[in-house]
Design a protein around this ligand. Structure first.
Ligand code: FES
Length: 112
């Protein structure tokens, strides 16, 4: 198990996540709201997250498919990734994963 922190709407939650699983699935498993319009099949870009800079450098790089989708996410930053494109590995230890506010806004509209 790998310890990480997830920030949503300013609230930080500490989680233990399973090595080898998709980060998206682990976040959802802990009942933290995150958009996943394509349910993790790397086709929508709505699971956009920001990874702390130190961890970002250590992660297995994004695939071309993930990079292509990232081009279209709102609020793209240098440390942007898609949560369904990150497999939990040792390099994620003590990471701070931030779910951007714009994703919460989209989720709120979706929930109406
Ligand atoms: Fe659609 Fe990650 S959930 S790209």
């Amino acid at each position: 198990m790998i310890p990480i922190k997830v920030e949503l709407d300013g609230k930080i939650t500490e989680l233990l996540v399973h090595k080898g699983k998709k980060l998206l699935d682990e976040i959802k498993e802990h009942n933290i709201k995150i958009n996943d319009a394509c349910e993790g099949s790397m086709a929508c870009g709505t699971c956009h997250v920001l990874v702390d800079n130190e961890t970002f450098k250590k992660l297995t790089p994004a695939t071309d498919q993930e990079d292509d989708l990232l081009q279209f996410v709102p609020g793209l930053k240098d440390n942007s990734r898609l949560a369904c494109g990150i497999l939990v590995e040792d390099s994620l230890t003590n990471a701070l994963i931030k779910i951007p506010k714009i994703n919460r806004n989209l989720l709120s509209e979706h929930d109406l």
